[in-house]
Write a protein that binds this ligand. Structure first.
Ligand code: ATR
Length: 285
């Protein structure tokens, strides 16, 4: 009997039990009539190096990397893609014949969701990113490549936003300020919440004057119901508020494309995951 072993893929993180990646990648594989073995691995910081070496030895083909390892994992790879280097973070590992390559599909995942799924173009828009941690860093270059009019990074701790922006000095239309220094009467077209407030369940306190009636608000985090950022945005008159389910699915599709050289159709995945479309996006009536 000729037994063909399934190709091994997976996602590693700490914690990992909440991850939707196995469900998403298995839906992709069945849609494309392919068989893969995609598992979630709980890997703590101290075990990261050993885990990757063993996974490679066992013939694993690819891994997604999630919090808190997206930066630490860069130490254990042989090659990094230009976009992952710019982001300073890796979310996709490719195990080639004799090397491990790190890539990052988070940024393109956000762009695909905003532009292709929701038809909100970034070109010529004034964009505000709230938060100056790893989540913001990964989306700055992909957003700038879409030629917005301006990109402002604001953060509770202003110095962290200033430090982050100094990494992107090649762009002229990017600036930083503390949340308390945001200017009244200067609303934004697109506001992206890249803080960890949703994950850590801490409350947010953003000035309502950054929202105008045509403002699109996008929360990089996602939950089964509308996030506090979405509710805040709608309460203050935004046109719509979206949470990051689409970005999650789109970044996964880009990883799948890298590994399997074919891009899954993402349009039905949200429904198949039983995510209620009415909690993914809120629109002003
Ligand atoms: P990540 O890699 O997920 O971005 P991080 O590096 O810990 O995580 O960064 C978290 C970001 O969310 C920071 O910008 C943090 O602001 P501070 O630098 O001032 O701490 C921001 N953040 C977290 N909770 C917040 C809250 N409740 N309100 C506003 N900003 C918050």
């Amino acid at each position: 009997m000729n037994i063909i072993a399934k190709e091994q893929y997976g996602v590693l993180g700490d914690p990992i039990s909440h991850s939707q990646s196995p469900a998403i990648h298995n839906l992709f594989a069945s849609q494309l009539h392919q068989t893969i073995n995609y598992k979630a691995f709980h890997v703590i910081q101290d075990e990261l190096k050993k885990f990757i070496a063993e996974y490679k030895k066992r013939g694993g083909k690819g891994l997604n990397v999630t919090l808190p390892h997206k930066t630490a994992v860069m130490e254990y790879i042989d090659e990094i893609s230009p976009r992952a280097a710019k982001a300073g973070a890796v979310n996709t590992l490719i195990f080639d014949e004799n090397k491990i390559i790190g890539d990052n599909t988070d940024g393109i995942g956000l762009i695909n969701d905003l532009e292709n799924n929701f038809h909100h173009n970034i070109k010529n828009k004034n964009i505000l990113i709230i938060g100056a941690g790893g989540a913001s860093r990964g989306i700055i270059s992909p957003l700038m490549e879409k030629e917005p009019s301006s990109l402002t990074i604001t953060n509770r701790t202003a110095s962290k936003a200033n430090r982050l922006v100094s990494r992107f000095q090649q762009y002229l239309n990017i600036d930083a300020c503390g949340i308390d220094a945001l200017k009244p009467n200067q609303p934004y077209d697109i506001i992206i919440n890249a803080t960890s407030a949703g994950v850590t369940s801490t409350s947010i306190d953003f000035p309502c004057f950054i929202i105008a009636k045509n403002t699109i608000c996008y929360d990089l985090s996602y939950e089964s119901s509308p996030t506090q950022f979405m509710l805040w945005a709608m309460k203050n008159g935004a046109e719509c508020a979206i949470q990051g389910w689409g970005m999650l699915i789109e970044q996964a599709a880009e990883s799948y494309l890298i590994w399997k050289k074919i891009r899954p159709d993402t349009s039905a995945i949200l429904k198949q995951l039983n995510i209620n479309a009415s909690s993914q996006v809120l629109r002003r009536l």
